[in-house]
Design a protein around this ligand. Structure first.
Ligand code: ZN
Length: 174
């Protein structure tokens, strides 16, 4: 297996499988595509205020996707109540979809979590999460879009109940 030029992003972990694809846009294109708040967080390593985002209290099953490139990043089955006011997960959907990078800003040493496909800043990874990984992916809601499971259409059709639906059939027969 030749390993060449695999220095793209998240270069801290050479064993990480490569992302499924790459999305690379200019800063101007991102600015156009994202809301000002999403741009600030995702492209400028910002942080939304706790308890203000859309997903921290979301409990439905479903998939969280990158708000920049639509890559599925986290599944609701790995989401947990962290009490921080930010959506928190203990593992990504696929390790190749989320990149990690050492972040030494603000005189702290933290691990940044990024979308491996478009390099969007998602949040940080802390080693105080629950089993089975012990990790806490602490993310900004604005970096994620949520697909609630089975919400493609209306509520599922109730099974036909001949008794209650429609006018009563007239008694047939000759
Ligand atoms: Zn992305």
């Amino acid at each position: 297996m030749g390993r060449r030029g695999s220095k793209a992003s998240g270069g801290d972990n050479p064993d990480r499988p490569p992302p499924p694809r790459r999305v690379e846009l200019s800063e101007a294109e991102w600015r156009e595509r994202l809301s000002p708040e999403a741009f600030r967080v995702m492209r400028k390593q910002g942080t939304e205020r706790a308890f203000t985002g859309e997903h921290w209290d979301e409990k439905r099953p479903g998939t969280y996707r990158c708000a920049g490139c639509d890559t599925p990043l986290f599944d609701a089955s790995t989401k947990f109540e962290s009490g921080t006011g930010w959506p928190s997960f203990w593992a990504p959907v696929d390790p190749s979809h989320v990149a990690e990078k050492e972040d030494r800003s603000f005189f702290m040493r933290r691990t940044e979590a990024l979308c491996a496909v478009c390099d969007a800043h998602l949040g940080h990874i802390f080693p105080d999460g629950p089993d089975p990984t012990g990790l806490r992916y602490c993310l900004n809601s604005v970096s994620l879009t949520f697909d609630a499971e089975g919400e493609g259409g209306e509520a599922p059709e109730p099974p036909d109940s001949a008794e209650s639906a429609g006018p009563p059939r007239p008694p047939g027969g000759p």
